[in-house]
Design a protein around this ligand. Structure first.
Ligand code: ATP
Ligand code: MG
Length: 334
């Protein structure tokens, strides 16, 4: 059976991009067909300026939303990264496997460090080494598949390189994983800026649909989405990125029934398309928000899921990480 690892950072409220790019597939496909681990990767949230209380609150909220979206603790393992020490233990060995040049080449490092500098902040060293920790998240579990949005593909590629290099130098230790991208909506774009990815940590929020936005807020954001000059509805990511984004969102909300280019043929105006996208997103999010409210009323249940998940994750990761410690030359404790 395939083994899957995937995670989301508690750097902001979860967005429609996180849902269509990752969570939807975890719920509908991954948890049913594989040994799957889904993680709130809270250590990664410390790589940029952060407020401790907010990270704690968002971690809990993300875990609650995973359950609200339909992840089932009887089918998959759901946990918080910092509850399982094996991630940081292994990350150090992978920092000793990676080079500083390959870390500096990561697009996300370039973008996020530029953003931090532009706002007068300093760049944390962990932002540079983040991909080693992400590689540890994946390799500790022997995951062979990593369902992610398009923006994480480069980090998974680096994880593969590190696994291969470690295995060659120190003996077969890690499974070499591969990224699995969703067929549509692998990169949901910001509704106000279709040239940039919808991201939960972005400061400008008017183009971002959050999973917990009220229905009327969702509707307003979609109706105000930037479209392109011209009026024809075509699926053309280059020439009409705003419209293409809406068509992809619609296709993904409808579970892949109809490709974006086929859906385009059904519209002669941007307004009609936006109304249908708004209806589809509101309907998609309604049950999730209802279930989230129910779960918030039962915090002990969420605690118990996370406790049991961490215990199971620890048991899976420890033997492989111990093997890596021995393989790289560290003396086993006596
Ligand atoms: P941040 O702005 O802090 O990087 P993010 O919204 O990019 O937040 P991550 O925690 O980095 O979220 O990523 C969680 C998962 O969601 C990853 O699999 C990522 O590829 C996916 N994802 C994030 N944004 C999008 C998007 N706009 N479209 C599709 N998938 C996305
Ligand atoms: Mg991201």
């Amino acid at each position: 059976m395939a083994r899957i690892f995937s995670g989301i950072k508690p750097t902001g409220h979860l967005t429609l991009g996180n849902y269509l790019g990752a969570i939807q597939r975890w719920v509908e496909v991954d948890q049913h067909r594989a040994e799957a681990l889904f993680c709130v990767v809270d250590l990664h949230a410390l790589t940029v300026e952060h407020d401790p209380a907010r990270v704690r609150r968002l971690s809990r909220q993300a875990a609650t939303l995973f359950l609200a979206a339909g992840l089932r603790p009887d089918l998959c393992t759901l946990f918080v990264q910092s509850h399982v020490d094996e991630h940081t233990r292994l990350a150090y060995l992978l920092e000793c496997t990676a080079t500083d040049g390959e870390m500096r080449r990561m697009i996300q490092y370039k973008e996020k460090s530029a953003r931090e500098r532009a706002t007068g902040g300093s760049v944390r060293l962990s932002l540079l080494t983040y991909p080693a920790l992400m590689a540890a998240d994946i390799l500790a579990y022997g995951a062979d598949e990593v369902p992610v949005g398009d923006d994480q593909a480069q980090h998974v590629e680096l994880t593969r390189d590190l696994a291969v290099r470690f295995n060659q130098r120190y003996g077969a230790t890690f499974t070499v994983p591969r990224a699995v991208l969703p067929p549509v909506a692998a990169r949901v774009m910001d509704l106000q800026d279709p040239a940039s990815k919808m991201g939960k940590s972005h400061a400008e929020t008017s183009g971002i649909v959050y999973l917990l936005d009220e229905a009327d807020v969702v509707r307003k954001k979609i109706m105000r989405a930037v479209t392109d000059s011209g009026s024809e509805v075509r699926y053309d990511r280059e020439a009409q990125p705003g419209v293409a984004n809406l068509l992809e969102i619609l296709a993904a909300c409808r579970g892949g029934e109809g490709k974006p280019e086929e859906l385009a043929a059904g519209y002669s105006s941007y307004g009609a398309l936006k109304r249908d996208v708004a209806d589809a997103v509101v309907e998609l999010l309604r049950p999730l928000r209802e279930r989230h409210a129910e779960l918030c009323a039962d915090p002990e249940y969420v605690d118990e899921v996370l406790r049991a998940g961490a215990e199971r994750a620890r048991a899976l990761a420890r033997p492989r990480v111990d093997t890596a410690y021995r393989a790289i030359g560290l003396l086993p404790p006596v």
